[in-house]
Structure formats: structure tokens, C-alpha cells
Design a protein around this ligand. Sequence first.
Ligand code: GLU
Length: 450
Amino acid sequence: MEAKARAYVNDILKRVKEVNNGEIEFIDAVTEVLNSLVPVFEKHPEFIDAALLERIVEPDRQIIFRVPWMNDNGEVKVNRGFRVQFNNAIGPYKGGLRFHPSVNLSIIKFLGFEQIFKNSLTGLPIGGGKGGSDFDPKGKTNNEIMRFCQSFMAELNMHIGPNIDVPAGDIGVGAREIGYLYGYYKKLRNASEQGVLTGKGLTFGGSLARTEATGYGLVYFTDEMLKDNNISFKGKKVVISGSGNVAIYAAQKAIELGAKVIALSDSNGYIYDETGINLGAIKEIKEVNRGRIKDYLNYVPSAKYEEGCREIWKIKCDVALPCATQGEINSESAKILVNNGVKAVAEGANMPSTLEAIDIFQNNNVLFAPAKASNAGGVACSALEMSQNSLRLSWTFKEVDEKLKNIMKEIYNNAKNSAKQFGNPGNIVMGANIAGFMKVAEAMMYQGII
Ligand code: GLU
């Protein structure tokens, strides 16, 4: 049976590579998940007969559209918009929108594929999807952002709805963008369907703690993993890449648990402050001024700044939380982290460690938490926002935060138990993939060949 399961997985991987030629990010994401699933197919040959993998690697649909908009000088610009609706076996498609010049179909498909299993792990009824545009919000005025969002929604609205597909934020899409997107959706539909988007402002259906959720959830998950190995955050040196809302709120929670956060970065470089980062300054730079991380030196002149986005991994630390973007830790950075004695690496961004980097961590007994488990707090809180919208009620910060903490604990236990049950104790990558997959697979088995 083992040989049959392996052959099946290899066969699907080969086909995925052929038909998605050159889509490196998507192929890497599929490779990581499928390689973890071999023991599942050994136990469940009926999944092979139902062609579950063939169906799960092919999105339900992929929408690509033109987004024309006018800049403040009256020039017409055109970007490309995407929404990939991957799998809705357990609930409406759910996943963020990313606005970044690097966005292409491969990146949206990799993110959408990951989202299927991440969303399943939350235990909440949400399917997997993702979207975005190669639009670069950097340096654009509020009016330009608004016009872009309106044009984007003019097309997207036809494909989404509170029970169909529920987008949210991701890189380059925060509360401002979600506000403009929601406003235009409401105008086009003439309906107050608040559950169509999550990450909304608090005055029109947003959830308390959504802003903090991904970062807090990451630290709750990491804390669980550390405690399980008799380690505590207290007094630990933590390096966090990025300075968006995942990084900022991961830092906040880690500091609250007694850790010392000594570095943060943006796409230009990183700051190192051995006395512990002053988060108030970072929030002012990033959330109020929309400035660069280098500006931190104006607040703390004794801190160091260095250009280059991978350089941050040279800093000696106990815990590394990559919260910037995919592929930011390659094998070289992973080796440096290991040589410097890192104890745990937990992913806040989506797929920040390359497949080779993950191998290096696992082969050197570094505790490793994969994104689809450790950064699931954001989308979990989005699902709680959807629940509140359906109830037409708002829960308190404490209520949402407690639910979030429990969800992250559950995800850790679930991933840990699945790894053990399928013969690879301690391998949270494998456990998370299996636990996320099993729920979707069962739902697909019940629903017939669709
Ligand atoms: N973009 C986030 C993620 O990668 C959140 C998605 C959501 O809230 O729908 O999970």
C-alpha cells in the first residue's frame, strides 16, 4: 500500500508540474502538502479511487480581469486583477486580497491552495480562495487608492457574496482598502451585506481584535509549541521580519509574554535595537506616517539600521518569526539561524521558508511551525467576524481574543496529534497538512464527484 500511495502522490506532482509550468510558488506549495499526505493515502485508498488529489489541486475557478483606473494627473493606468476560488467543500471561499507588484497567477494560486488547509485547521466553516492585483499601493494617494479599489470591485462584486466568497486583506490591503472595497460593493448591490468582506472598520461590521489576530495568534501558537517543549518566551531574544500588522502585533504579544524583540524590518532593510524595540515608535512610523523602518533611528539613535531584507537573519536570536513575505528564509539564512542557536521558527507570513530551509530546521531539531497552522489566527478571526455579521452582534475584545487563543491551541494539538497518529511525531508541518486535509477530504467524499 505504501508504494501505491507514494506512486499516486508522485504521479499527481508530476502532472501539477506539467500543467502549471513555471508556476514555482504554486508548485512548491503543492509539493510540500502532497509529500506530507502519503501516509494518509496508505490508510485511505478510497481517496485515491475518488481522485481527491486530482480535484484538490485544480481550483474551482480562476478569474483574471482588467482593472483600469486614473491617477491624480489624469493618466489612465491598467493593472491585472485576480480571484482564485480554490475549494468550497467546507464553506464559502475565504482568503485575502494582496496588492503588490509581484502578484501573478502563481502567487495567488499558492496562497489560495494554502488557504484551503489553513482555513480547515481553524475548525470554522470556511473554504479556500485568494485574490489580488499587481497594483503597487506604495506612494499612491488616498484618492488613487480609492479609485483603484472601486475599479477592482466593479468586477470582483460579480463573483463574491457573504455565502459565496468572502475576501479580506493581505499584503497591501488593510482597513483603508477594505473600507473602499466594501463601500463600492454596497453601492453596486444596494444591499447591506456586511459578511461579504472581513477586516472591516469597527463602525460597519468589523470585529474587535481582527487587526491584532494574525500576530497574536502566531505568538499564542508559538507559546503553545514552546511550552510543550518546556521552553518559555520569558527573557528570549526574538527577531521578527516585516513591520506590517502581523509583525507589529506579534511583537506586542511576545513582549507581553516577557520576550525581548530586538529586530524588525521592511522591504528596504532592518533595524536592530539590543535594548528591545520601542513598539510605540514603530506604530507611529508604519500605521500613522506610512513611513520606512529606517525612520526608527529618529526615535532611537542608538539603534542600528542595515539595508537588505535577508540580512536580518544574521542576528543571533532564540526565536525567529518571519512575518514579511514568501521565500524570505532560504537555505543560507536557515543555516545561519541554526548556527546561531535558534530554538524555534514560527511563520507569520505565508510560506516565508523555502522547502530547503524547512528541511534544515527539521534536521537540526529546531521547533518549526508552518504558516498554515501558525498564522491561521487572522483568517480564524475573519470567520468570527462573519459569525458576528450573521448574528448582527459584536463581541467584546476579550471574547474574541479568548476564542482566538483557544483556536490556536486547538490547531497546535490537532497538528501534533495528527503527526503522531500518522507516524511522524513532532513534525508539525506534516501534522498540519494532514489535519487540514482530512476535514476537506471527508467533506469532498460526502459530496460526490464535483
Ligand atoms: N490574508 C490572511 C491570510 O493569509 C487573512 C485572510 C482572511 O482573513 O480571509 O490568511
